[in-house]
Design a binder for this molecule. Structure first.
Ligand code: PBG
Length: 329
């Protein structure tokens, strides 16, 4: 044991809490958090999501309340996801372009009531299409360039309603550049883009699809546009393209099973890089906790610390409010 022969005892620094804190390389702070929330029609409505214990769909007024709490806790930004009334979904996801859709109404209400929290929106058609896909479907095929044109309109619709960060999660080729150009042309050059750069075709999105009501309607799967879980080099190419097209920040999704990808992208590009701890990861931790199999709070904190250690500048997590409350003591 060379280290011990050298007088190097690794346990020396681990003896006490003060010493462990002093030498800790990474920490999680409230500044690292983006809180995804789900929006639903109505007033005073909070509906539970069975596969995401502790997470609810919120009507716009309730979302304003939670956004105010998030701001008071110091959470920098929230991300909005709509549960669209099935009657408003169609083949082309046209509700995505309505200035009065749920996301736009929530954006305006939160912007007015809680002006100092960042507002992020998802660009993809899945909450609005009857088939649950992120793009336009022709037969079995998701049309790329036709979809990109609609996504540009969707992004503009969100920017006009007050979105600060546009998050293209659709994985169409060329969408970041097209959205950047559309935003700039319309005077929204200040609006940021966080690209879902390495977004995998993952089983871990299951509970999210319950939350936005696409789990039963999704026709087929998303493997012709989301990435193959076996691939790593492709993530570098996706991120490189998104950055070249004008992305301000990049993201890896899911989170925990893809920490290698996170580390690789951070090392490769040195740009603000985010991890999305997705619904299935949240559900696993919560399910085990509710069964008494895990110490939920410790598992939550450890999972978030792992993202930071792997290179994340921040994390989208359904635990954001719980973490912020805990950090505040
Ligand atoms: C939609 C979208 C998904 C998620 C974020 N945006 C689901 C999907 O691609 O099917 C998943 C988030 C989560 O699971 O928490 N494009």
């Amino acid at each position: 044991m060379r280290a011990i022969l050298n007088g190097r005892r690794m346990r020396r620094l681990r003896q006490t809490d003060w010493s462990r804190r002093l030498v800790r390389e990474t920490n999680i702070t409230v500044d690292d958090l983006i809180w995804p929330i789900f929006i639903i029609d109505g007033v005073g409505v909070r509906t539970p999501i069975a596969s995401m214990p502790g997470v609810e769909r919120l009507s716009v007024d309730e979302a304003v309340r939670d956004a105010a709490e998030a701001a008071a806790l110091g959470i920098p930004a929230i991300a909005l996801f709509p549960y669209t009334d099935p009657a408003r979904r169609d083949e082309n996801g046209s509700e995505a372009l309505s200035p009065d859709n749920l996301v736009c109404r929530a954006l305006r209400a939160i912007k007015t009531a809680v002006p100092h929290i960042g507002l992020m929106t998802d660009v993809a058609l899945d909450p609005y299409t009857s088939h649950g896909h992120d793009g336009l479907l022709e037969g079995e095929v998701i049309l790329n360039d036709e979809t990109v044109a609609v996504l540009c309109e969707q992004a503009l619709n969100q920017a006009r309603a007050g979105a600060d960060i546009i998050g293209p999660s659709d994985m169409m080729d060329g969408r970041v550049g097209a959205i950047r150009a559309a935003l700039d042309d319309a005077g929204f050059e200040h609006v940021q883009i966080m690209a879902y750069s390495a977004k995998y075709a993952s089983a871990f999105y299951g509970p999210f699809r319950d939350a936005i009501g696409t789990s039963k309607t999704l026709r087929g799967d998303k493997r012709t546009y989301q990435m193959d879980p076996g691939n790593s080099d492709e993530a570098v190419q996706e991120a490189e393209l998104d950055l070249a097209e004008g992305a301000d920040m990049i993201m890896v999704k899911p989170g925990m099973p893809y920490l290698d990808i996170l580390r690789r992208l951070k090392d490769e590009f040195q740009v603000p890089t985010f991890a999305y701890q997705v619904s299935g990861e949240y559900a696993m931790i919560m399910a085990a906790t509710r069964n008494g199999w895990l110490d939920g709070e410790r598992a939550m904190m450890e999972s978030l610390l792992a993202f930071k250690r792997a290179g994340a500048d921040g994390i989208l997590t359904y635990f954001a409010r719980d973490v912020a409350r805990k950090l505040k003591g």
